[in-house]
Write a protein that binds this ligand. Structure first.
Ligand SMILES: CC(C)(COP(=O)(O)OP(=O)(O)OC[C@H]1O[C@@H](n2cnc3c(N)ncnc32)[C@H](O)[C@@H]1OP(=O)(O)O)[C@@H](O)C(=O)NCCC(=O)NCCS
Length: 190
């Protein structure tokens, strides 16, 4: 059993190669070296553009956990925590949430670069999409502030059915979204 205290939920999800479990305080220590890598930090939406220490990382995580469901991603084969994904209630006015509409954001990251491009991102995202749409009956999922340089991330969201809905004037970052009616999942099934 994991301790649900930090994340504030006790949801565990499973895919072929991964377990998504409530994020724990001790997971930040594992994450920290990756957040000190400029390439990873820049790719993660909403991460401050300065050196990140453990205290700051925990405060960012607390904020995400308060605004939704923060998961640590465990690779089953090694029992190692390799990343994070959050189902976070929409907090940006540009996403234009209609009265009664349930809209969430889906930031995610695989900390270890050697694991990029092996289908883990798609497995995590499809698992979260299925939980959000089918169990939580969310209407729309959004990926916000995706850097135009982050081709891997753009491809991930597009390959999971998200479509580009706006490009920001200031820095060219992109917002993607998907509605329940358009959702298909292929990669995550156990
Ligand atoms: C973005 C991220 C989660 C994607 O996960 P991943 O495991 O590397 O990606 P996957 O292997 O699942 O591939 C997803 C899609 O992108 C494509 N892709 C993977 N690497 C690619 C690359 N270097 N260039 C172009 N497309 C690429 C895959 O072919 C796949 O598309 P397909 O299913 O249509 O073939 C991961 O790379 C990561 O954590 N990056 C750093 C943090 C970040 O960018 N987070 C997202 C913004 S919050």
């Amino acid at each position: 059993m994991t301790n649900p205290k930090f994340a504030g939920h006790d949801i565990c999800l499973e895919t072929k190669r991964l377990i998504l479990r409530p994020f724990e305080l001790s997971d930040f220590e594992i994450a920290l070296p990756y957040y000190q890598d400029p390439e990873f930090k820049e790719a993660m939406e909403g991460t401050p553009d300065r050196f990140i220490d453990l205290n700051m990382l925990e405060r960012i995580g607390e904020c995400m956990a308060r605004q939704g469901y923060l998961f640590a991603v465990v690779q089953k084969a090694t029992n190692r925590v390799i990343g994070e994904v959050c189902l976070e209630w929409m907090n940006l006015s540009r996403a234009k949430v209609a009265p009664g509409e349930k809209v969430m954001r889906t930031p995610l990251g695989i900390w270890d670069k050697s694991l990029w491009g092996k289908g883990y991102g798609k497995e995590m995202l499809e698992c979260i999409m299925q939980y959000a749409f089918e169990t939580m009956t969310i209407d729309r999922l959004c990926a916000m502030d995706i850097s135009k340089k982050n081709v891997r991330s753009r491809r991930l969201f597009e390959s999971c059915g998200y479509r580009l809905v706006r490009t920001l004037a200031n820095d060219g970052a992109m917002d993607f979204e998907i509605e329940f009616k358009d959702a298909v999942y292929t990669a995550h099934t156990k």
